[in-house]
Design a protein around this ligand. Structure first.
Ligand SMILES: CSC[C@H]1O[C@H](OP(=O)(O)O)[C@H](O)[C@@H]1O
Length: 375
């Protein structure tokens, strides 16, 4: 397998000097290794996946998360399934099981359709190797897509006239390299601006209830030396009103063909505040996160996660022990919708690997003309 095929093509992000991706093939050529994101920022642990069930559980419990990474993980989940049982029955079972792991990120469907279409016509004996090879290609493609999103977003950042002595970005949730294979989507332009010597600072929404911002985005930015400040989710509008935000940028789990953006819960509120304050609201949008089959974001299934993610929170004690504590009164119910939909009218521009476009069907079709007949 080529070095590219083994996912070594791009590893830009370093953790204490060691370059990492978020998912890669183990030395034995069959085990899949991932960073356990449920333990960050307090512990850095690599997990081994040896079965399709390991991959399904890893996606469902958010050991790996982030739309592009979920797609890559599902692709490797299919490879793990084929390595054990290359039958048609297992191909169907793996597709169905992995698809059910999380409902919102369309990357899951994109990757599983890709693998199923590749594997179904193949002789069974060729399926496992083809699946591993395709999964590695998807990882390399994702890394390159995100690198280009970074380049295209950097072009936008260079045009900004900061209100102060540095550019202040605000981001919600984690759409950094931890949400993808490498680079990230929302954070890729920020990394590239930082690498280019542009003075940039990031307001990091903590992003309740799972705190992907506080636990993951802050960790990533710190490791890369990008100045940042973690804020309560509810502080963003105030900072925008006080002229302390030059642009907002987020990722997406599913964007419709007319530009409605489904993303982590709370994104819509940030877009409303940005619109009210005349602040650009950008979305890093990789091709596999576009759902060409729907126009209206209201049709996107919104994942409802367990109430315990709202009622309990994890943290580290002074002695370094990681504990989880209850934060609600005994018996208080909690609701936990994990995503919301920002209508296209509140999105200033979509930053894709092919360029920047308005959040509209015409805008997306100008970059993806091959999709015009898919309507
Ligand atoms: C690069 S887009 C990542 C996207 O996924 C996150 O959701 P989750 O952490 O639940 O997988 C969030 O919506 C991010 O914007």
């Amino acid at each position: 397998m080529t070095s590219a095929g083994r996912g070594l093509y791009l590893r830009r992000m370093k953790v204490d000097g060691t370059p990492y991706r978020t998912i890669w093939l183990g030395a034995d050529g069959t085990t899949v290794q991932v960073i356990d994101q449920t333990l960050l920022p307090h512990q850095f642990v690599v997990r081994d996946w040896r079965t399709m069930e390991d991959a399904e559980r890893g996606i469902r419990t958010m050991i790996v998360r982030g739309a592009p990474l979920i797609g890559a993980a599902a692709a490797y989940g299919m490879a793990l399934a084929m390595a054990r049982d290359d039958s048609d029955a297992m191909l169907t079972q793996a597709y169905t099981t992995l698809m059910a792991s999380r409902p919102t990120a369309v990357n899951l469907r994109w990757a599983l359709d890709d693998l199923r279409n590749l594997l179904a016509p193949l002789p069974h004996a060729k399926r496992a190797d083809a699946a591993y090879r395709r999964a590695a290609e998807i990882c390399d493609e994702d890394a390159e897509i995100c690198r280009r999103i970074g380049e295209n977003g950097l072009g936008l950042i260079r045009k900004l006239k900061p209100k102060g002595d540095r550019i202040n970005a605000l981001t919600h949730c984690n759409a950094g390299w931890l949400a993808t294979v490498d680079w990230g989507t929302a954070l890729a332009p920020i990394y590239q601006a930082h690498n280019a010597g542009i003075p940039i600072h990031v307001w990091v929404d903590e992003t309740r209830p799972r705190n992907q911002g506080a636990s993951l985005t802050a960790w990533e930015l710190a490791k890369h030396g990008v100045p940042h400040t973690v804020i309560a989710d509810n502080a963003g509008g105030h900072l925008m009103q006080r002229g302390q935000v030059d642009f907002c940028i987020t990722g997406t789990d599913r964007t419709t063909r007319r530009g409605d953006v489904c993303n982590k819960i709370g994104t819509y509120l940030k877009a409303l505040a940005a619109h009210d304050n005349g602040i650009p609201f950008y979305v890093g949008l990789p091709y596999p996160s576009i759902d060409w089959t729907i126009e209206d974001g209201a049709a996107i299934p919104i994942e409802e996660r367990h109430a315990s993610e709202v009622s309990r929170i994890a943290g580290r004690t002074a002695s370094g022990e990681v504990v989880t504590v209850d934060v609600l009164p005994e018996g208080s119910p909690a609701a936990n919708p994990a995503f919301d939909v920002t209508p296209a009218r509140l999105v200033t521009a979509l930053i894709t690997e092919r360029g920047v476009c308005p959040a509209s069907e015409a805008g997306l079709l100008s970059l993806y003309p091959e999709q015009s007949q898919a309507a």
